[in-house]
Design a binder for this molecule. Structure first.
Ligand code: TXA
Ligand code: MG
Length: 319
């Protein structure tokens, strides 16, 4: 119990150096990125990567994102196309994940791909993440640092509540700036498709790629993207205008009777940053249900509504 309470460290240089040692020794380190906290392991070490799945109790078939320092490091792991290179140049470092064919000689555990012949790679912009990757000297495989089926953590305390002593060290870099996972882009017949909406809005990506196609191959589009992946314990009522009896209200825009408000001014970026923390706070009140006001579907609203639909999906679909 006491170990569980003491494994959070402010992310100063000494703690980052210690974290890098733990990673090189095959341990698990939770660290902040600009999106959400990640649960990191040495991506070249099969045993360490297996530990991630065990800690999250995650279904094996869900592949992991590999975090690297720069485009050059990514090129050693995955085979870029010209379109992918344009996206990397525009959005890295940042909240974009690219899924591309694995290089034959990629120095990476096969487990990160969970049986696929592709790898998801991203270059995070957050300085703690950058320093940790540099200090570790290896690529870091990291899913969001929550137990499978829970909303992603946006603070070190969320990580502690979810994973306790299953993680060797939690680097505390404060609340994450964006609060929503990266946008995952894959390629079908060379054409970019959104595999998971996220912190970079569709229109921002389409400004580089032109109109994005709908992903058609379900196996590629959503390996392990269970319908209710982001579910809190409370039931969720979408598109509510007010809270019903024994319900709490998660508002958006000007509202009366809100228990929490994602953004009183109706700012979608503010709403994205608040979403997971507020869902946790409301869930902890143990209401009969969380009523959620409608969120417009443009910009970051697409990713916010994706997460809310998953949170509202019936329990039976949960992994
Ligand atoms: O912002 C983020 O993306 C965070 C931070 C820590 O980087 N990470 C994150 O990882 O959200 P995770 O494991 O919770 O979600 C990874 C997503 C999943 O939807 C997974 O199916 C998809 O990326 N993915 C990973 N590898 C893939 C692959 N080879 N092909 C298709 N999808 C893949
Ligand atoms: Mg996740």
């Amino acid at each position: 119990m006491s170990a569980a309470l003491t494994n959070i460290r402010a992310a100063d240089d000494a703690a980052i150096a210690n974290a890098a040692r733990i990673l090189r020794d095959g341990g698990l380190v939770a660290f902040p990125t600009e999106t959400v906290y990640g649960l990191g392991a040495d991506a070249t070490n099969d045993r360490a990567v297996a530990t991630i799945f065990a800690a999250k109790e995650r279904p094996r078939f869900n592949p992991l994102i590999v975090h690297v320092p720069d485009v050059a490091a990514a090129e050693r792991l995955i085979a870029f196309t010209p379109a992918a290179r344009r996206l990397a140049e525009r959005f890295w470092p940042g909240a974009l994940t690219l899924v591309l064919p694995r290089q034959p000689d990629a120095k990476l555990s096969l487990l990160v791909s969970a049986g696929l012949d592709t790898v998801a790679v991203r270059v995070p912009s957050e300085s703690v993440a950058q320093k940790l990757i540099a200090a570790a000297g290896v690529a870091i495989a990291a899913p969001s640092a929550n137990a499978s089926g829970e909303v992603s953590p946006t603070t070190a305390e969320h990580v502690r509540q979810s994973l306790r002593d299953k993680v060797d060290l939690i680097l505390d870099g404060g609340p994450t700036r964006l609060g929503l996972e990266s946008t995952v882009i894959g390629f079908e017949n060379g054409k970019p498709v959104i595999l998971r909406p996220g912190s970079i809005a569709r229109a921002t990506i389409e400004a580089v790629t032109g109109p994005l196609a709908q992903a058609t191959d379900d196996k590629i589009a959503s390996p392990g993207q269970l319908a209710s992946h982001y579910a809190p314990d409370a039931k969720i009522h979408l598109n509510a205008m007010a809270a019903g009896p024994s319900e709490v209200l998660l508002a958006f825009g000007p509202a009366t009777g809100a228990t929490r408000n994602l953004s009183p001014s109706g700012d979608l970026e503010e709403a994205a940053a608040n979403l997971f923390a507020m869902l946790r706070e409301l869930d902890a009140m143990e209401p009969r249900a969380i009523a959620v006001m409608p969120i417009p579907d443009h910009g970051l609203g697409e990713a916010i509504n994706d997460r809310l639909r998953r949170a509202a999906a019936p329990r039976g679909l949960r992994g």
